[in-house]
Design a protein around this ligand. Structure first.
Ligand code: FES
Length: 157
């Protein structure tokens, strides 16, 4: 990790106002922000550790835990909620055996719930990485996730 951090730090001066871009680059490099990395960032930009942890926790774009290969985002906006997103959410959690914000044991999927993603006509909606899936019900969702897992595996070979 030290090497990766040093390669990020090499493009910066180590100033306080660089905190967010530095965190972004570190996250890109490591996939998430481990505690140790945030301590190093704090030292580098000369800010208290608490400040760095506070910023990383505040912004949804920063991730403090390792993430899966694929990110599932289920919309829990009003239109999706009214059309049964709650039941879909229960099924996703059941199939993956995770809670919101958690990653499956095999590191394949991370499950997140998000606000309206602007596809209300397709409610309930979820995305897996860049792909959008609409008009979901619990059974359809289960199949999509299972198929996606298999396709992704096939695609990587
Ligand atoms: S509320 Fe789900 S896409 Fe708008």
């Amino acid at each position: 990790m030290e090497e990766q951090l040093n390669s990020v730090f090499a493009s910066y001066k180590g100033e306080k106002n660089e905190l967010i871009p530095v965190l972004q680059d570190v996250q890109e490099e490591l996939g998430y922000l481990p505690d140790e990395a945030m301590r190093e960032v704090a030292r580098f930009v000369r800010l208290p550790e608490a400040k760095v942890f506070g910023v990383a926790t505040f912004y949804a774009r920063f991730h403090l835990h390792p993430r899966g290969d694929h990110i599932i985002r289920l919309c829990c906006g009003t239109a999706c909620h009214v059309r049964g997103a709650g039941k879909v959410a229960d099924r996703v959690k059941d199939v993956l055996k995770v809670g919101v914000g958690e990653t499956t044991e095999d590191m394949k999927f991370t499950y997140e719930e998000v606000a309206c993603i602007g596809a209300c006509g397709l409610a309930p909606v979820m995305t897996i990485d860049e792909k959008t899936f609409g008009k979901l019900d619990p059974d359809k969702t289960k199949k999509i996730i299972e198929n996606f897992g298999q396709e992704a595996e096939g695609g990587q070979s």
